[in-house]
Ligand binder design. Structure first.
Ligand SMILES: CC(=O)SCCNC(=O)CCNC(=O)[C@H](O)C(C)(C)COP(=O)(O)OP(=O)(O)OC[C@H]1O[C@@H](n2cnc3c(N)ncnc32)[C@H](O)[C@@H]1OP(=O)(O)O
Ligand SMILES: O=C([O-])CC(=O)C(=O)O
Length: 387
């Protein structure tokens, strides 16, 4: 065995270490502000409640890409561009058709967005215009990928995107092959607004780190999708639904169920947040939607269990729900399959990711933090036959 001759770490090289980069401010940004103590969220100057009440997802996209709201002409222009960019290139569609029935939707989305990079827009002289065109193209195509995959894996015909209507309407239309009602469109629009942007979360950080190497937007969004997929981030919404389904299958009492998981030191998905120390304002809005939709669709039990879980988590751990907790029952009430929930998150968050990409590219510095080396040093080389 090689002998270690030096395990001392020169701490002067490392002023501090922040596991998980907690509390580290690495970028300045105009995209969003979060007050974790008050439970406040602002996108480019507008409170989330104001946007939830008044905006369309497309207006939020414009806001995140331009730091201001569009006038009517600009909004019409953006809507037309999004509508005209929804179709997928044939090879991407063929890939989606070729995926296995059991493929993870987020993995398919990640690969499809990566493939879309092969068909990227023509570089224009104006970098900003080029980046905006790419942001529009990716944002327009993600719903088509998700709907096409879901229909292909179920042996159903793939529904071509509409060249009219909102992102929310078109997505539900492609997914179900029927025109959505006004309520369904409004609900989906609201969900897209609520998930669009959230500061330096793990996927946006990943996206900015990739952008900082002067890599392209498709690579950044592909990486971000990979980061969002994990259950500690966007993947939690699917896990919330799995938990509710598990409670149903086991005919369990939700309070005892949560106690059991906490005793086993398991996390309850949809709870806790790195920044919020109170109720996530998006969860507050989604909570109301969940109640209303659960009652309307006869899934009151799921909403009641959610409330029982919320109370137990507050009483036992003083931990509040995050955006992923009530979004699960909202999507369920809309008849959407649980394994698509994180994809719908990505369909919205792509607006924030691409907004941050544009911001990073316009004021770039390579993202390159340090790691504290805690391994050994000065080991002697031992030839392979002697190890
Ligand atoms: C869109 C989003 O990404 S929102 C977040 C979605 N993710 C989830 O819902 C997954 C469940 N939640 C979590 O895992 C965490 O709360 C995170 C990852 C979101 C935040 O993590 P961190 O800021 O690193 O907090 P950390 O995981 O260290 O938790 C602090 C303490 O609270 C506990 N805790 C935090 N969240 C939970 C939870 N959901 N269930 C049970 N205990 C929890 C931890 O066990 C830890 O306790 P300890 O100090 O006794 O060890
Ligand atoms: O901010 C975070 O860490 C996670 C989150 O809520 C989000 O990305 O919406």
């Amino acid at each position: 065995m090689a002998e270690s001759t030096n395990t001392e770490i020169d701490l002067s090289q490392y002023p501090h270490i922040n596991k998980g980069l907690a509390g580290i401010v690495a970028f300045s940004s105009t995209k969003s502000f979060i007050d974790g103590e008050k439970g406040e969220l602002i996108y480019a100057g507008y409170d989330i409640d104001t946007l939830a009440e008044n905006a369309s997802f497309e207006e939020v996209c414009f806001l995140l890409w331009n730091d201001r709201l569009p006038n009517q002409e600009e909004l019409d222009g953006l809507n037309t561009k999004l509508q005209n960019n929804r179709e997928l290139p044939e090879p991407v569609l063929n890939y989606i058709k070729s995926t296995s029935k059991n493929a993870e939707p987020m993995a398919v989305l990640r690969t499809a967005v990566s493939m879309l990079g092969d068909f990227h827009e023509v570089q224009t002289d104006d970098d900003k215009e080029f980046r905006l065109n790419q942001a529009i193209s990716i944002t327009a195509k993600i719903p088509t990928v998700i709907a096409a995959f879901d229909r292909a894996r179920n042996g159903k015909n793939i529904v071509a995107p509409l060249d009219e209507k909102s992102t929310a309407y078109n997505f539900l239309y492609m997914l179900n092959d029927e025109e959505p009602g006004e309520k369904a469109e409004q609900t989906m629009n609201l969900c897209l607004i609520l998930h669009a942007e959230h500061g330096m979360n793990a996927s946006t950080f990943t996206n900015r780190a990739i952008c900082s190497t002067e890599s392209d937007m498709y690579s950044s969004v592909t990486g971000a999708i990979g980061a969002l997929k994990g259950p500690l981030h966007g993947g939690a919404n699917q896990q919330v639904m799995n938990m509710l389904m598990d409670i149903e299958e086991k005919d369990a009492d939700p309070v005892e169920y949560v106690h059991g998981r906490l005793e086993r030191k398991e996390k309850i998905m949809g709870f806790g947040h790195r920044v919020y120390k109170t109720m996530d304002p998006r969860a507050r809005i989604l909570r109301g939607m969940s109640k209303e939709l659960s009652e309307e669709t006869g899934h009151e039990n799921l909403y009641e269990w959610s409330e029982a879980i919320l109370k137990t988590m507050k009483d036992e751990k003083d931990i509040d729900p995050n955006v992923d907790f009530f979004s699960a029952t909202v999507y369920y009430s809309m008849g959407i399959k649980p394994d698509l929930y994180t994809c719908i998150f990505a369909m919205s968050r792509v607006s924030g990711w691409t907004g941050h990409y544009i911001e990073q590219a316009e004021n770039n510095r390579l993202v390159r933090p340090r790691a504290m080396y805690v391994g050994e040093k000065n080991k002697d080389w031992v030839p392979v036959e002697n190890r």
